[in-house]
Design a protein around this ligand. Structure first.
Ligand SMILES: NC(=O)c1ccc[n+]([C@@H]2O[C@H](COP(=O)([O-])OP(=O)(O)OC[C@H]3O[C@@H](n4cnc5c(N)ncnc54)[C@H](O)[C@@H]3O)[C@@H](O)[C@H]2O)c1
Length: 443
């Protein structure tokens, strides 16, 4: 869907009005182009702690140019600061000392990342200082401007070597619409992939994507296939033509069924087992809305939304786990929503289902074995047929009420899912990452 306001502010008259009236100024965001370098520019690395010594090597493996000193009159594409050494609040001034002088030396769509220690794993002043990083990074996300983003990555003690896939995502245009997020990288007993292939990390892997016929699901299928996966798309029979078109184009496979059908989990399991011998990545994307204020909502609207968005993902996952079809280092990925975090008028059913998806992540994250992880994305306002149906005024509010002043694209959700799916993301478990341009709602 075109964003006419964004087109208008790029015109000479639009630029003038934005400047003089202080109107929102959505700048075109950089997005990743297959085959191009991950980062087009230099990333400055600073700070003192457990992680900083690993950073130049990690960035080098990802093909990202880094520098530990800065030059006058030079612009930078990213800043990464290791704050794990900040063991009491008086030391937080180091954030100011690193970032403040560089804020005017950033290129468009710059990427700022602070690395900390999960506060719950430390005590006293260190816990206070590490918790303070959240307020800092979220504010930075609102200040950076010109399409820039800011994130906080909490790295558990001992997980310093597991940051590559996360930094590759957060420093690159793949994270175009992700800002103000707190990501946790934990300890894992699973062996890291040897010599990971950063261009086609999913080569040889099988990915199941529900709701793959259109919208966000179609883009998830495309991005996972770009990364090398064989995609098995699932959608309802009515969407069969589109599903076949998409999966054929990607040399993938498909299954038409309603995921709420009683035998859907068994049919999916049977298909994956017989045709592919198992599955590596399971993306529960299919979702519906049936909006009405609760007072006017019939039971059918309630049950259909909970059935598609929450009960079906749970039943399918349970069946795949019971039949041991999710292979070692596998991925389970849910699609929640900002509505599940902030709530929304007319969406008690939808918000309950999407908050339930977050609960689903929590319920499984500590029990999965052999490197299998579970995470979820929580999209904000993404330009799809679902949001095109939203009334104009609500749609405009949804688009502008975020730090990037625009809606996201399906590919932004898909790239976030591809980061979770990456075999090198084994230590990224139990996260719910918002793809919302740092929307004010529920923040
Ligand atoms: N678009 C947004 O702004 C937004 C925001 C937050 C969350 N989401 C979530 O992202 C996901 C995708 O949304 P979208 O905007 O692409 O929606 P969409 O309506 O464009 O696509 C959803 C797909 O799921 C399929 N589907 C629906 N019910 C199904 C069922 N019972 N069995 C099998 N397939 C079924 C549909 O046929 C369709 O192809 C959903 O879970 C949605 O809740 C979207």
């Amino acid at each position: 869907m075109t964003d006419r306001y964004q087109d208008f502010v790029s015109s000479p008259l639009g630029k003038l009005l934005v400047k003089n009236l202080g109107l929102p100024n959505p700048v075109p965001l950089d997005r990743y182009v297959d085959g191009s370098p991950l980062v087009d520019g230099t990333v400055v690395v600073g700070g003192a702690g457990r992680v900083v010594e690993h950073l130049p090597g990690v960035l080098d493996t990802l093909g990202i140019k880094s520098a530990t000193t800065t030059e006058p009159d030079t612009r930078y594409k990213g800043l990464v600061f290791d704050a794990t050494g900040l063991t009491d609040p008086t030391r937080l001034v180091a954030l100011h000392d690193f970032f403040a002088p560089l804020m005017r030396s950033l290129e468009r769509c710059a990427r700022l990342v602070v690395i900390g220690t999960p506060p719950e794993l430390v005590i006293g002043g260190e816990r206070v200082a590490q918790r303070a990083l959240e307020g800092f990074t979220r504010s930075l996300g609102k200040e950076v401007g010109r399409g820039g983003t800011s994130q906080l990555v909490y790295v558990a003690d001992g997980a310093e070597g597991a940051v590559a896939s996360t930094l590759g995502f957060l420093l690159s245009p793949k994270s175009a619409y992700v800002s103000g997020q707190v990501v946790r990288i934990g300890l894992t007993t699973a062996k890291p992939a040897e010599d990971p292939d950063w261009q086609r990390p999913l080569a040889g892997k099988v990915a199941l994507v529900t709701g793959a016929a259109r919208g966000i699901g179609e883009q998830i299928a495309r991005v996972l296939a770009r990364d090398g996966a064989t995609v098995v798309g699932v959608d309802v029979p009515q969407a069969g033509d589109d599903l076949i078109r998409v999966t054929k184009e990607l040399d993938g496979d498909y299954l038409t069924l309603d995921i709420t059908a009683k035998d859907a989990p068994q049919r999916i399991a049977h298909h994956l087992s017989r045709t592919h011998g198992g599955v590596d990545v399971v993306v529960h994307n299919a979702g519906i809305t049936r909006d009405k204020r609760l007072a006017n909502m019939d039971e059918g609207r309630w049950s259909s939304v909970i059935g598609v968005n929450l009960v079906a993902p749970e039943r399918i996952t349970a069946e795949l786990l019971a039949q041991k079809l999710i292979r070692d280092n596998g991925r389970i990925i849910g699609v929640a929503s900002i509505a599940g975090i902030a709530g929304n008028v007319g969406q008690t059913n939808y918000a309950a289902s999407k908050a339930g998806v977050i609960g689903f992540v929590d319920s499984l994250k500590d029990d999965l074995k052999k490197g299998v992880t579970i995470n979820a994305v929580a999209p904000g306002f993404i330009e799809t047929e679902m949001t095109a149906a939203v009334p104009f005024a609500t749609r405009e509010v949804g688009r502008r009420l975020n730090a990037l002043s625009q809606g996201g694209r399906p590919v932004d959700v898909a790239e976030t899912i591809a980061w979770f799916a990456n075999p090198a993301s084994t230590a990224v478990n139990g996260n719910v990452v918002r793809v919302c341009g740092q929307m004010m709602l529920g923040a």
